[in-house]
Each structure stands twice: as structure tokens, then as C-alpha cells.
Design a protein around this ligand. Structure first.
Ligand code: CA
Ligand code: CA
Ligand code: CA
Length: 313
């Protein structure tokens, strides 16, 4: 498993053959593998270890492998350190500097095995049997896999809302990628945040509808564009569908059912036509359901009557 090229080297390497079974659909996260190489060395002697790690792909399509150095513990003892896979250098550290040349190995084919090797050399001031500990993280990334969440629909409970009363915004989000996702969705009225909700563990191809309640108490009269934004997932490239606008809402005096910024008998007439109806019924008018309890009833009439004859200044 381990081949020593240099003689008289005492080396302890955490040796394990790593077999990574890349499933056709990665269930929850990017496939990831970490290990630590503990290297003992003599000064000014180079050691090369080969085949200490193997990564075999049983994916049906090619997979990219990305390698990162994640720890540099005791690196001051090393003159240089090199991690290679099938002859491709991923990480080289030399001269006491730590320039991380994180690398990508493109296109690990099905059934192909990637062999990692380490070449290390002790610094001149090193004590014999000193040990360097190097952490390596390997990520597998296939072009066929992507993170992609999208806002696929929005629905406003009304387009005219009386100041001081609530309205609801339904936002439908879909996981269009290949990974289970957890992310935040924020709903805005212009640039004011209506609310933020976290979608947890949304499965592949699944949708969920979130309901945001907008309390318009203290919101100035005027038109507001309602939009929603789903946070961009790390590595997500299709970000255009992560935000969605859905029309405008007029915040007006409570009782101004038709949105002409005055409360008068015209509003009273419109409310009367919807009086007694509940949401879903043909006569139901969401603007007339001023208090947003899904009924047009005496409470809404009371609110309108209280403001009858007033206008937006
Ligand atoms: Ca997206
Ligand atoms: Ca009106
Ligand atoms: Ca009502």
C-alpha cells in the first residue's frame, strides 16, 4: 500500500484505503471526504508515499474532484509538502510559506480510481522524528449535480389593503436541484422586510408554500411592490429564479375598498355587494374583507363607516 522512495525514513501515515461510493443521487450534501496525514521525517530527506489514498468513482458520469488543504498544523517543520493525485499536483507548500494551491481534478470517470500521494521534506532545523500533521479535504462535484432553488409562484391575498390591517403573501418555492436544501426566504414590500422564513430540508423536486403576514400598521400610504427572495445556495448558478415580483399593493385608508384614496359611498356599495360572503365564494371581495378574517361582515362595515368621508392627505 505504501511505497517508500527515500531510505531511512521513519514515517507514520494514517493509512486507509478510501472507497467512496458516489451514489447516482447524492442525498443531502456534497460528497465530501477528509483525512489527516501524520508525517514523521528526518531533516533534509524527502519522502514520497504513494497510494495512501484511493478514491474510486462508481458514478455513471464523470465527477470532478476538488482538493483543499484544511489544516496546517506544524507546517513550520516542513520545507515543502506536495499532494498529488495521478500526477496532478493539488497542493504544494514550500519555503515555510503556505500558498494554498487548492486544485481540481476534472473528470474522474466511472470506475476510475484516483491515487493520492504525498511528498514531504523536513526543514533544516527540524528535530528528528518531528511530525507534521496535514489535513486534506476532498470534495466531489459533478457537473450534472447542481444546487438550484426557485420561487415558482406568489399570491397576494389582496391588492388594496387598509392601513393598520394585515394581508397575506403566499410564496411557493421549489427545489429544482439535486440536493436536499435548507435556505431562507425573505418577503419584501419595496425594500422593507415583511418577514423571513427558513425552509428546512426541502427534498429534490418538492415545493412548499410559505405564508407571510404583512402588518401594515404604521406603513405610509402608497403603492408597494411585493417581492420574495430565496437565498442563493453555495455553488448555485441559476440565481435568476431566486427572486420574484408579484405586482403592487396599495396601502390606503381602511375602508377605501376600491383604492381611489377616499372612503365614500362608492366603497360602501362595493362592500355591500360582497357582504356576507366568505373567501372562495363568488361574491367575496378581498378588498372588502378589510380585517382579513376571510369574511365580509359587520366588522368590515364598521371599519368603513368609521372612516367614511375621509381621504388620503
Ligand atoms: Ca435558482
Ligand atoms: Ca374609495
Ligand atoms: Ca372581514
Amino acid at each position: 500500500m505504501k511505497t517508500k522512495v527515500a531510505a531511512a525514513i521513519a514515517a507514520t501515515i494514517v493509512i486507509s484505503v478510501v472507497f467512496v461510493a458516489l451514489m447516482p443521487r447524492i442525498p443531502s450534501t456534497l460528497a465530501q471526504l477528509s483525512w489527516t496525514d501524520n508525517i514523521s521525517f528526518y531533516r533534509d530527506v524527502t519522502a514520497v508515499y504513494t497510494d495512501i489514498r484511493k478514491i474510486t468513482s462508481n458514478e455513471t458520469i464523470s465527477v470532478d474532484v476538488r482538493v483543499y488543504l484544511t489544516s496546517t498544523e506544524n507546517m513550520e517543520f516542513l520545507d515543502y509538502y506536495r499532494l498529488s493525485a495521478n500526477g496532478t499536483d493539488f497542493i504544494i507548500i514550500s519555503g515555510g510559506e503556505i500558498p494554498l494551491s487548492n486544485g481540481t481534478y476534472y473528470g474522474l470517470e466511472p470506475s476510475q480510481t484516483l491515487y493520492f500521494s504525498i511528498e514531504a521534506k523536513g526543514a533544516s532545523f527540524v528535530s528528528e522524528h518531528d511530525t507534521a500533521s496535514v489535513g486534506v479535504r476532498v470534495d466531489f462535484w459533478s457537473a450534472a449535480y447542481e444546487h438550484d432553488v426557485a420561487i415558482t409562484g406568489m399570491n397576494l391575498s389582496k391588492s388594496v389593503v387598509g392601513q393598520g390591517y394585515p394581508m397575506r403573501v403566499n410564496v411557493t418555492v421549489e427545489n429544482q436541484g439535486n440536493f436536499t436544501e435548507t435556505f431562507d426566504v425573505t418577503c419584501f414590500a419595496n425594500t422593507t422586510i415583511i418577514g423571513t422564513q427558513t425552509v428546512t430540508d426541502l427534498a429534490i423536486d418538492e415545493s412548499v408554500t410559505l405564508t407571510f403576514a404583512w402588518d401594515t400598521a404604521g406603513i405610509p400610504y402608497g403603492n408597494y411592490t411585493i417581492n420574495a427572495v430565496a437565498d442563493t445556495i453555495p455553488e448555485e448558478t441559476d440565481t435568476a429564479d431566486n427572486s420574484h415580483d408579484d405586482g403592487t399593493v396599495l396601502v390606503t385608508i381602511a375602508g377605501d375598498v376600491n383604492g381611489d384614496k377616499t372612503v365614500n359611498t362608492l366603497d360602501l356599495s362595493i362592500l355591500s355587494q360582497a357582504y356576507g360572503s366568505s373567501r372562495g365564494e363568488p361574491r367575496y371581495n378581498p378588498a372588502a374583507d378589510i380585517d382579513e378574517n376571510d369574511l365580509v361582515d359587520v366588522m368590515d362595515l364598521f371599519i368603513l363607516a368609521r372612516n367614511l368621508g375621509t381621504a388620503v392627505p
